[in-house]
Design a binder for this molecule. Structure first.
Ligand SMILES: NC(=O)c1ccc[n+]([C@@H]2O[C@H](COP(=O)([O-])OP(=O)(O)OC[C@H]3O[C@@H](n4cnc5c(N)ncnc54)[C@H](O)[C@@H]3O)[C@@H](O)[C@H]2O)c1
Length: 327
């Protein structure tokens, strides 16, 4: 029996594939490589180059590989791009996502682990953010994920689909062989380290007038290897007949942008010049998870997500791969 991993050539997907295979799981990957990298997967990983909305392809994969469960990472995930091109996000993440779930159900696949996001909360009323907080995203990316959460919930009630929707906070860090490389890169950690490597002149800090102790935005950084383990635990939960759920994946500890840059200076020994810019619209001051529920339901606890370990792991990876994954 095989686990279908969509978006498995992407950042979090490829690390999850690595961990699944290390545990002896059979995996097949579907990715259109719009944002992922074939080189992020070992050559012997069964790989289908295509879109999750291609129903004929999904049916073929299910028939050829006896798919038992799916981890659905595939999505476009740049907040800024989603504001400028919302149609692209709703088509890719929602239209294709719905077609994909329909085809999974048609193939008899009833277990899905879904990549959701803290962006579904929008501007939270309460921090740390518990799962039952109101969800009102501030950008089309967040809406596309929230719509998919509602689709999963409805399909669960009507069609017996069982799912765990994992709302990640800021994925970051690297394993020995796989790290974060997006084109363009909008995430803070790889950008800070690119400045440390001299690949960028300076790192942009968006906003220093937030209502936080140093004025910069506070985020909850969670190591990608810890995220991968949470997916494997969620899969185990569903296999044991566990109920569908929505779970935050974070540490419960927030760091400001300036704290992160300061920590990166210590880890890299580089001065890392920075430049203050205006805040990005829809960027809340503070996003920190109340992560107790994931621990209670999955027994999951982050073990690599302290900030120095996150930065050190991605730093090691970026030094080895200064241009990221080669084409
Ligand atoms: N990185 C984060 O901090 C973060 C936080 C919260 C949620 N997420 C979610 O986690 C998932 C993975 O994020 P990531 O950072 O690894 O992103 P990523 O862009 O590195 O990976 C996504 C992968 O999905 C593929 N893909 C996109 N649309 C597809 C489609 N229609 N058909 C087939 N493949 C498609 C891309 O080519 C890419 O390889 C996404 O769903 C994202 O929204 C990420």
């Amino acid at each position: 029996m095989t686990v279908l991993v969509t978006g498995g050539a992407g950042y979090i997907g490829s690390v999850t594939v690595e961990r699944l295979r290390a545990k002896g799981e059979q995996v097949v990957v579907l990715d259109d490589l719009a944002r992922g990298h074939r080189a992020a997967l070992d050559p012997d990983v069964p790989f289908f180059h295509g879109r999750v909305g291609d129903r004929a392809l999904v049916a073929r994969i299910a028939a050829e590989h006896k798919i038992e469960a799916c981890i659905h990472f595939a999505a476009l995930a740049f907040v800024g791009e989603s504001v400028v091109e919302p149609a692209k996000y709703f088509e890719n993440n929602v239209e294709q996502g719905v077609a994909f779930l329909g085809e999974l159900l048609a193939a008899g696949v009833r277990r899905v682990v879904f990549s959701s996001t803290c962006a579904t909360y929008g501007e939270p009323e309460q921090v740390p953010i518990p799962e039952q907080s109101p969800q009102w995203p501030t950008n089309p990316y967040g809406w596309s994920k929230l719509v998919m959460e509602r689709v999963l919930d409805s399909y669960g009630r009507a069609y017996g689909l069982k799912f765990v929707s994992l709302r990640y906070f800021n994925a970051s860090g690297a394993t020995e062989r796989r790290g974060e490389h997006h084109e363009p890169e909008s995430h803070l950690v790889p950008n800070v380290l690119a400045a440390a490597l001299g690949k960028k002149h300076e790192v942009a800090v968006f906003g220093n007038q937030y209502p936080t102790p140093d004025g910069t935005a506070i985020r909850d950084y969670v190591h990608v290897a810890d995220l991968a383990e949470a997916h494997i635990s969620a899969l185990g939960h569903l296999r044991q007949g566990g109920e569908s759920d929505f779970l935050n994946l974070g540490t419960g500890q927030g760091y400001s942008v300036l704290e992160l840059i300061e920590c990166a200076r210590r880890v890299t020994g580089s001065p890392i010049p920075m430049r203050i810019e205006g805040p990005r619209s829809g960027d809340p001051p503070r996003l920190v998870a109340d992560a107790r529920r994931a621990r209670a339901v999955l027994g999951w606890q982050p073990v690599m997500s302290d900030l120095p370990s996150i930065l050190r792991s991605q730093w090691e990876w970026q030094k080895k791969h200064p241009r990221g994954y080669e084409k």
